[in-house]
Design a protein. Sequence first.
Length: 355
Amino acid sequence: MTSARNTFFLVLLGILFPLHAEMSLSKLKSMSPGIQTQTDPLSLKAVVSYRKKKVLMADGEKFFIAGAYRQYLNEAPFFRGTEFILPDSVAEEVISELGIPVGIRAEKNGTKTDIREAVALETKPRRGANFSFIVIDPGHGGKDPGAPGPKGLQEKELALKLSVTLATVLKKKFPDKKIYLTRGDDRFLELGERSRLANKLMKGDNWGVFISIHGNASLSPKSHGFEVYYLSLNPENEESRRVMLRENQSSGPADVRSIESWMLNARIQTESKMLARLMNSRLSSRLEGLVSSRGIKRADFAVLRGSLMPAILVEAGYLTNPREASLMTGWKYRTRFALGIAEALEEFSVKVQNE
């Protein structure tokens, strides 16, 4: 990516909002045109809508409803008098869910991450930009075996098998796109190097996605299911993206680069969540009868930090569950797993360039 102007529409400079671990709906409404809010202190419910999307929340409930989907939250929104208040983590989820063009900067305050500032900005879909590559990252490798499985199976081996099968399917599904593996054999790669390799592929209007493949582990052999993760918002992760942005695009005034990093963080969070949701849906369909979904989650995975593109991590199943470990090494599971990811990427490509 050589210019933020290729991806983003307009930045409304100088509109900074001091926030302290929470945000009222009235404040959120003031941050971007088109946001509509409704509150009802009697029923203790609130609605936020943006364009054609809508989120329904209730006082004290750790989830919101978006269409037919229920998004679980780490904290609950609440009424304070007649004002409906969103804790910072809830505000991030709502902004990401609705695709509201608002960038968030988080800072550490003791052990709590607070929203300190936000900047209003306008973005546009990636129309005209070229979804040209997909990077598959087989987890672990070399001196890092990952989690152990039955009969000497190691996570690094499983991740590579799943990734190679996925690469084969994607090459057939997307002949117009370049498919890359961060490793094609049993070698060790530093976590930061994996996203750095992917970032180097972004040139001009070309962009792609980053998918890290792993196997899960638990003390209980009964734990089962796959999970899809996207990166949580915190100061360390935002700083990692800022560093990567400076490496990829070192020219220009510092204040412009700072705004670009905010815009990039806002876009990546929204798109990564969209990709995670589509991935979870398609994998659930393809793996029905084999492995069930444990849901979509946010986590602070180091391998996703610094990625300048939509990025997710998939825990394909539990190596510590003998049944799942056996399934995941088999052709049937690996093929269905790959087809589910391919279908999610196809749908994502359309959505992200039109919404």
